[in-house]
Design a protein around this ligand. Structure first.
Ligand code: CP
Ligand code: NVA
Length: 303
């Protein structure tokens, strides 16, 4: 494990598996009500430049269960990169706390924060990626399928930050990963190339959603307009209208295909009620596992 948790691209396959195993162990301890406090006396500053439910709640609750404490700093508190320089706030927080968790717009700012902080920095989402999300996702897939063998993941929608993290994962763990969405919404080009060049996974972009769904074990979707893209919502809704994850589209995947969404969901847009509420949906297990995987990451970095 590196000193920071910024991207799945920074981890080896072994480190990914170790983190998953530690998450399973810590989850079992918490479920059993064990007195397990590896982060006693540790504090983490959480900088949010964007809104959040799951990330804030899961980190804040998770660290407290492990004996530590997290401070929530809202977009108005720090105004990172506006009220003061990223490198200044990185050094200031390093004098008070044992870790920083940040949710930022700019991935460059995340890298700068990590460069100038003398304490570990955990990435809670940028415009580029969302590594905690995808680590929690793969934990959830493993729990449901028991293994990750011959996995086919179909992501329906925008080639966004969540997709970039899935591509980073596909460069480390073999899988078939298919993105299906309208032309012009591809993921980050370098990330796509690296995933393909890793040579361990089969990565495809298929614009026909019905064709893409064939043999899917996992079908994943996310909002069409991410945080910061609100002004494109109407245009995107028109362009993504054929990519709603509904029962008709699901009928082209394996009948056992698991349904995933990082949440928050825009019900009736990218996903229909019957699919998100259906028997194959594991979205709330996924949300829960955010806390367990992040607990493992915090223990690895802070204890
Ligand atoms: N999935 C996720 O990161 O949710 P929040 O934006 O609510 O934190
Ligand atoms: N792609 C979404 C993920 C939210 C958790 C966004 O960035 O808004």
């Amino acid at each position: 494990m590196k000193d920071n948790f910024i991207s799945i691209a920074d981890l080896s396959a072994d480190e990914i598996h170790q983190t998953l195993e530690l998450a399973v162990e810590i989850k079992a301890k918490l479920k059993a009500g064990e007195d397990y406090k590896p982060l006693a006396g540790k504090t983490m500053a959480m900088i949010f430049a964007k809104p959040s439910a799951r990330t804030r709640i899961s980190f804040e609750t998770g660290i407290q269960k492990l004996g530590g404490y997290a401070l929530y700093l809202s977009p108005d508190d720090i105004s990172i990169g506006k009220r003061e320089a990223v490198k200044d706030i990185a050094q200031v927080i390093s004098r008070y706390n044992e870790a920083i968790m940040a949710r930022l717009f700019s991935h460059e700012h995340m890298l700068e924060l990590a460069e100038y902080a003398s304490i570990p920095v955990i990435n809670g989402l940028t415009d580029y990626n969302h590594p905690c999300q995808v680590m929690g996702d793969i934990l959830t897939v493993k729990e449901h399928r028991k293994n990750l063998d011959d996995l086919k993941v179909v992501f329906v929608g925008d080639g966004n930050n969540v997709v970039n993290s899935w591509l980073n994962l596909a460069a480390k763990i073999p899988m078939n990963f298919v993105l299906t969405g309208p032309d012009g919404y591809d993921p980050d080009e370098k990330t796509l190339t690296s995933a393909r060049e890793s040579g361990i996974s089969n990565i495809e972009i298929i614009h026909d959603p019905v064709q893409a769904m064939k043999d899917a074990d996992v079908v994943y979707t996310d909002v069409w307009a991410s945080m910061g893209q609100e002004e494109e919502s109407v245009k995107r809704a028109a362009e993504f209208k054929d990519y709603q994850l509904n029962s008709e589209l699901m009928s082209h995947s394996k009948p056992t295909a698991l349904v995933m969404h990082c949440l928050p969901a825009h019900r009736g847009d990218e996903i229909s009620d019957e699919v998100i509420d259906g028997a194959n949906s594991i979205v709330f297990d996924q949300a829960e596992n955010r806390m367990h995987i992040q607990n493992a990451i915090m223990v690895q970095l802070m204890s």
